[in-house]
Design a protein around this ligand. Structure first.
Ligand SMILES: C[S@@+](CC[C@H](N)C(=O)[O-])C[C@H]1O[C@@H](n2cnc3c(N)ncnc32)[C@H](O)[C@@H]1O
Length: 282
């Protein structure tokens, strides 16, 4: 049986030869998870042979990765805002770009100690809501999704990250079952135009839930609903912050005008693309 370090080297080579650019990082994460050991244990005891069970799990993980399943889905967790988030087949893998939304919302909140009420539409893994509640110690939050499986995962993530007592999760088609007022509405809705989905990377197209991607014929359908509902749901002085696709800012500016909202800020992600638009009632 291979030792831990031999298994790591072999897996790195297999993934690298299959063309995975992140072969070294992927191999390490898959090995640590398959063996149930920490990075420190791997470094300090590299010569321990794998047990037959560990070798079998690692072989299954390798097959899944070679089938282009994202590593986060295989290991079942992903870090967001420095916090761990469990994943399930019904949740999108949280993206680093989405931290732009959390950062912007926090920046625009005048008093982080205030007892704010927050709603997160399309909460998925709960990453946005949980990150915000983590930073806003007196806020309470409601996470909405149309996927029951996503809500179960989001609730577990809220509990794991110690904001369970300040959060609720509910099934609703956008705001159909929701009444305000809220000081902060956040959303990273599905914003890919239906026709573009077949052209996405295999890792996204085949493994992220379709409900989390499909924004309708022009990718803007969820924004029309959320911006329209914002007037009803926002408390006086409340904010609406949404993540957008890299080429959607002009469309959002014009939708904001249609629904009587004023743009407060357009924030860019680390690649310099417009990624988050924050609005208030004008
Ligand atoms: C792009 S994902 C965002 C997930 C998570 N907030 C994040 O940022 O990683 C969009 C989410 O919206 C949910 N969703 C799609 N259509 C919906 C609808 N009509 N009503 C409520 N949620 C919906 C999906 O299930 C998915 O969890």
């Amino acid at each position: 049986m291979k030792t831990r370090s031999e298994a790591l080297t072999a897996l790195r080579r297999t993934l690298s030869e299959a063309g995975f650019e992140t072969a070294a990082l992927d191999a390490r994460l898959l090995l640590l998870t398959a063996l149930g050991i920490s990075a420190t244990e791997l470094i300090t005891r590299p010569d321990i042979p794998l047990s037959p069970d560990q070798a079998e799990i690692l072989a299954a993980f390798t097959r899944r990765r070679l089938n282009h399943e994202p590593v986060a889905r295989i290991v079942g967790t992903r870090e967001f805002w420095g916090l761990p988030f469990r994943l399930s087949p019904e949740t999108l893998v949280p993206r680093p770009d989405t931290e732009t939304l959390v950062e912007t919302a926090l920046d625009l909140i005048p008093n982080r100690q205030a007892p704010l009420s927050i709603v997160d539409f399309g909460t998925g893994s709960g990453c946005i809501l949980v990150a915000l509640l983590h930073e806003l110690p007196n806020a309470t939050g409601l996470g909405i999704d149309l996927s029951f499986g996503a809500l179960v995962t989001a609730r577990a993530n809220a509990i794991d990250n110690r904001v369970g007592s300040r959060s609720h999760f509910a099934l609703s088609r956008w705001a159909d079952a929701v009444s305000g007022p809220f000081d902060l509405i956040v959303s990273n809705p599905p914003y890919i135009a239906s026709g573009v989905i077949p052209t996405l990377d295999e890792e996204v197209r085949e493994h992220d839930p379709r409900l989390a991607l499909n924004g309708g014929p022009d990718g803007l359908e969820p924004y029309r609903i959320l911006l329209r509902e914002a007037g009803r749901l926002l408390a006086p002085g409340g904010l609406l912050a949404v993540e957008i696709g890299y080429n959607q800012s002009e469309n959002l500016v014009s939708l904001a005008r249609t629904y009587g909202l004023e743009i407060l800020r357009i924030a860019h992600d680390l690649s310099g693309n417009p990624r988050c638009i924050t609005m208030k009632r004008s």
